[in-house]
Design a protein around this ligand. Structure first.
Ligand code: GLC
Length: 395
């Protein structure tokens, strides 16, 4: 959205003893992580402040690549942030990141079309399928539902949601060495994902969709429903400047559907933190810059311009801000039901590769949902055991 560029330019215009340069990194979090890992392995590179995905702190901290911020980012300062975001920045009782913005997976839908068909937003995947088919037929819309099924981290975010919303878990939340994905619920979740394609509601191309591809379909008016992060709302309602043909009042937001009626809906906690490179020789300046970026007014700018949801709790009470960025209110039920990915395990990036592969294969129909569950159970078990030995996680 160009917001980061604008905000950094603002910092440089103000009177500070140093200036800041920003460097674009790959939009795909996995590619970005690989790039950072390579830089760390050859001595740390020259980036001082890292915009880090919430799944990274444990892995980066376990290798000693990012600074422990516990003395700077005090417990008192942490009070103003959502607990979930503080948890993902914490590794072995120390904090390594300051939450920049928070993401939650949500269902956005064409409110105009649901209203026209006298339908309430769906609560289960089956409801979503029947509503989609009806509206696709009546309105001649290409697709019912789009989501992210490509073989990358975003696919894993979707996959976790399918599993959780069928009543399952990937790893035990209180013991990241215990693998629970072998449960029947995971297969139900994988089946729901597959059915969203075989029903003709989602295009087969979902197997190649990341955020941008799926959002493009939605903002061009070619889908009734989309699973996306909150920034998707800013893009969808941003009009022609954002490439959207939708009117702001046409876009509705609700929680993701579940498999069994009445079950609680969960969604993946995403988001980004500011971390300091442990190899940096400008740690003091880095901390000053992070504090500047974390001021409520700068966080509000990101929220309004880019749909980046602030990690600061107090901003959820700011009436002016809520008016300017409606998704903060519309998506409240999603923000309140986030779950972290199993990234407390420092080998999460290896697990994620296996999960992403299985999820894409299920979407494509290359493997059966049950097979995906079994394979992942075996593979994750192996990785979790190595992690336990290396980092003594179970102890
Ligand atoms: C968003 C989330 C991030 C997640 C990524 C996956 O950027 O904030 O946590 O890993 O999407 O594509």
């Amino acid at each position: 959205t160009g917001t980061l560029e604008k905000v950094v330019a603002q910092f440089n215009k103000e009177d500070h003893p140093f200036t800041v340069e920003w460097r674009p990194m790959p939009a795909d979090t996995g590619q970005y992580f690989d790039k950072m890992r390579t830089e760390f392995q050859v001595g740390g590179g020259d980036i001082d402040v890292i915009g880090a995905d919430v799944i990274w702190p444990a892995q980066l901290a376990a290798n000693g690549w990012i600074e422990d911020l516990s003395e700077l980012f005090t417990e008192e300062m942490q009070q103003d942030y959502l607990d979930s975001t503080i948890q993902t920045s914490t590794y072995k009782g120390k904090i390594y990141g300051v939450p920049w913005y928070s993401d939650a997976g949500m269902l956005m839908y064409r409110k105009d079309l649901l209203d026209k068909a006298s339908l309430q937003p769906p609560k289960t995947w089956d409801e979503l399928l029947s509503q989609s088919k009806k509206i696709q037929e009546q309105e001649g819309i290409k697709y019912g539902f789009v989501f992210q099924g490509a073989e990358y981290e975003g696919g894993v975010c979707n996959q976790c949601e399918y599993i959780w919303n069928a009543g399952g878990e990937v790893l035990d939340p209180s013991d990241p060495t215990k693998v629970l994905i072998g449960d029947e619920a995971s297969t139900l979740g994988h089946e729901a994902a597959r059915k969203n394609i075989t029903s003709g509601v989602g295009p087969v191309a979902v197997a190649t969709y990341k955020e941008t591809e799926s959002l493009t379909v939605f903002i061009q008016g070619d889908a009734v429903f989309i699973r996306i992060w909150p920034y998707g709302y800013a893009v969808a309602t941003g009009g022609p400047a954002e490439g959207s043909v939708l009117k702001p009042e046409w876009v509705g937001v609700t929680s993701l559907p579940v498999v069994n009626e009445g079950d609680q809906s969960f969604c993946t906690l995403g988001g980004w933190d500011f971390c300091i490179n442990a190899f940096s020789d400008k740690k003091e300046q880095s901390w000053k810059f992070i504090q500047w970026m974390s001021q409520p007014k700068i966080q509000s700018t990101f929220a309004i311009d880019a749909g980046y949801i602030p990690g600061r709790k107090s901003l959820f009470e700011d009436k002016e801000l809520l008016k300017k960025q409606p998704v903060m209110e519309l998506g409240r039920s999603s923000f309140e039901s986030t779950k972290p990915r199993p990234s407390a395990n420092p080998f999460y990036s290896d697990m994620s590769l296996d999960m992403a592969q299985a999820f894409t294969e299920v979407i494509k129909g290359d493997i059966e949902p049950q097979q995906a569950t079994n394979t992942l159970s075996t593979k994750l078990e192996r990785i979790a055991n190595v992690a336990d030995v290396t980092y003594n996680l179970g102890g």
